[in-house]
Design a protein around this ligand. Structure first.
Ligand code: GTP
Ligand code: SAM
Ligand code: SF4
Ligand code: SF4
Length: 413
């Protein structure tokens, strides 16, 4: 691994910056990890990508230290679209929003401390939540406009009674390539076979500790064994990788990072260590946040052959592999090294509000226009106007912690 502080600081002003290249790509940006500099290009075409390599080298010449490698990537060919991306999904920075996260419910069968207050959150009355048909109608509008990935989240998506029907309808939308779910895994193992048959194609399961008593403390409920069972069921049913989301909090589970990594030795698990993020009611404190750099140092000490993988430009995660391990290791660094330049995500909440950024407090309502009989054109106008107002990045962890947002359980991650 190469490390050179003076050279890194020379490069620093360009890290995370976004560059526009006229008529060629929408953007590229420079990211740095301790051993790799990535120039990420959002382009759907090979010739454009090849031209850009030269342009980018020109932009960066004199800034890249010799000991660092550069690598450029196009969006993979399987992301070539059936439905062209409509202007409604393009923001003022040229980012294409092809990934919709739908929160199916504000309710949950756990009470995780980092997600919600002990006393619970205010719940939207049932009639003001989106019905199955309304969800499908809105999802169809997004998919026909260019969205090709939908993630179901919550609250806990699996507690929704019509979850199977919702999956079936969404997976049949023409142009949708991935129907994913993020779940706490409490009731998943019983439902997963049916969900898979209904088109659920990718699965992220949340688990923050391998110690049952700590699980009970963090989630304020029992159920560790059931989550472990769900992870195993997902592997048996062929989900590959099964992504395991682990929010790392100092003094709670930061001593388990290496134990989690051991899960990847024999199993097709992608363990994702997530920096603790501030949301209303989760008593966020910077002292509880374990920064990416610290997690990485700890992992590298134990696994010196940890190798950075080529990330997709729109990934939330920085991805690594360890020689000989079947699974992989990732870090979601929202707080210390945000990935907003590659953001392709939009959010539909259970009450029908539409949110363009996880940390942006602004929302627009789609439910009421929908119920008033708005046609697709009118709904697209509302959505497009919100997307165009999306900011380049979040405001930084201290500002976020001070700004009123929703509790995480309402947003769904
Ligand atoms: N800052 C930020 N964090 C996000 C965003 N999307 C997801 N996350 C966080 O990433 C963590 C994992 O979220 P998941 O629900 O598994 O979604 P994902 O990371 O998009 O999953 P993949 O589609 O498998 O890459 C959670 O802590 C989310 O809050 C985003 O757009 N911005
Ligand atoms: C809000 S949950 C909803 C889906 C489902 N109930 C679950 O827990 O997987 C979505 C993801 O957000 C993560 N999350 C919740 N609160 C967080 C926080 N404060 N910081 C970082 N990630 C958080 C959870 O660990 C989970 O992986
Ligand atoms: S993180 Fe998921 S499981 Fe935990 S309380 Fe929030 S919604 Fe429920
Ligand atoms: S913080 Fe907002 S802009 Fe940044 S990646 Fe997340 S949703 Fe996108």
């Amino acid at each position: 691994m190469f490390r050179s502080v003076p050279l890194l600081s020379k490069l620093h002003p360009r890290i995370g910056k976004q560059y526009h290249l006229k008529n060629s790509v929408r953007w590229f940006h420079v990211q740095s990890s301790s051993d790799l500099v990535n120039c990420e290009i959002a382009s759907y075409s090979e010739p454009i990508y090849n031209n850009c390599r030269e342009l980018i080298s020109g932009c960066l010449s004199g800034f890249l230290p010799k000991t660092y490698s550069t690598s450029c990537s196009t969006l993979s060919h399987d992301t070539l679209k059936d439905n062209p991306v409509s202007d409604m999904l393009v923001d003022s920075f040229g980012r294409l929003h092809t990934y919709l996260r739908i929160s199916l419910t504000e309710r949950c069968n756990l009470r995780c401390q980092y997600c919600m207050p002990a006393e619970g959150v205010e719940l939207t009355p049932g009639p003001r939540l989106l019905s199955k048909n309304e969800i499908v109608r809105l999802a169809n509008l997004f998919v026909s406009s260019g969205v090709d990935k939908i993630r179901l989240t919550g609250g806990e998506p699996t507690i929704r009674k019509d979850i199977e029907e919702i999956c079936l309808h969404l997976s049949n939308l023409k142009g949708l390539k991935t129907l994913a779910m993020t779940t706490n895994g409490i009731t998943l193992s019983k439902k997963l076979l049916k969900l898979k048959e209904c088109g659920l194609s990718a699965l992220n399961i949340s688990l923050d500790t391998l110690v049952p008593s700590k699980f009970e403390f963090m989630t304020r409920r029992k159920g560790h064994e059931r989550v472990m069972e769900s992870i195993n069921t997902a592997i048996i049913l062929g989900y590959n990788p099964v992504k395991v989301n682990c929010v790392v909090m100092r003094g709670f589970n930061d001593d388990e990072i290496l134990d989690f990594i051991e899960l990847t030795r024999e199993r097709p698990i992608n363990i994702r260590f997530i920096e603790f993020m501030p949301f209303d009611g989760n008593v966020w404190n910077v002292k509880k946040l374990v920064p990416y750099s610290e997690m990485l140092d700890r992992v590298v000490k134990e696994y010196p052959d940890l190798k950075r993988l080529q990330d997709n430009p729109t990934d939330t995660a920085k991805n690594f592999r360890i020689e000989g391990h079947c699974g992989t290791v990732s870090f979601i660094t929202s707080m210390t090294e945000h990935f907003c330049a590659g953001c392709n995500r939009l959010r539909l909440l259970a009450d029908g509000n539409f949110k363009v950024c996880l940390f942006g407090p602004s929302e627009v309502g789609l439910r009421d226009p929908l119920r008033r009989g708005a046609d697709d054109h009118e709904l697209k106008e509302i959505i497009g106007a919100a997307v165009k107002k999306k900011k380049a990045s979040h405001a930084g962890m201290y500002d976020i912690a001070r700004t009123a947002n929703r509790p995480m359980i309402h947003i769904g991650g």
